[in-house]
Write a protein that binds this ligand. Sequence first.
Ligand SMILES: [Mg+2]
Length: 262
Amino acid sequence: MNLNQAREYLLTLLPQAGEILKKYFVSGEFTFQSKGGFDFLTQADEEVDLFLREGIKKQFPGTQLLTEETAPKDHQTLKEIKNLWVIDPLDGTINFSRGNPHFAISVGLVDKGISKFGVVLVPLENKLYWAEQDQENVFLNGEPIKVSTTENLEKAVMACDWTWDLEKRLKVVTWLNKSCSKVLQIKQMGSAVADLADLAAGKLDIYLHSGLKPWDVAACTLFIEKAGGRITTPSGEKWNVFNPEMLASNGFLHTKILDLIS
Ligand SMILES: [Mg+2]
């Protein structure tokens, strides 16, 4: 896989996908349905999923894809694949459906659970991020970004998310119970992709999630790493993109928050 070629292609493909989302977002006319329980999708999720799938298949024939809207139930079996394109056509579907512009598109290339290339677009905020394994930096609209330098929990801005898996939500409650009185602020903004990209850009200091899917993290985890941050499981173990539980931070706060929640 030629990563330069991949970057060139995806940096033009994602803005096109973003235009599809914008069209639906502005018109407000789209179907909205449950995939089961509290997991929802719109017509826009499906259309962008298809658009990205077809584009990437054509550009990189023979490589395997894992997309949110076509993922098999047992996608954990894809853990050992060397070049796996992992696609989230719309992260933050509820925000999107309620007229909230905090949503994102994510495409990552994963090598046995490790992200080696990623592009993310937050279309309504005009933010285009990318990072590559062999490059030193992660870029936002062409400029390198860094994580925050916050070192004290009392100055820390933390974010979490409530997975649609209702049982896993209780884990977040437990973590928050142990940490909420120690940090400056706790946010829940509804798009793991946009939030993790914000962490890489220094807008958040800590992020917690109990029910992530590979397509939420395939690109952003590389951003956080390249921006100088750190990712482990919430109990401090080694993490990969197939792990649903994550603690991400600017690095400076990592052991401090681990001491509280693990
Ligand atoms: Mg999605």
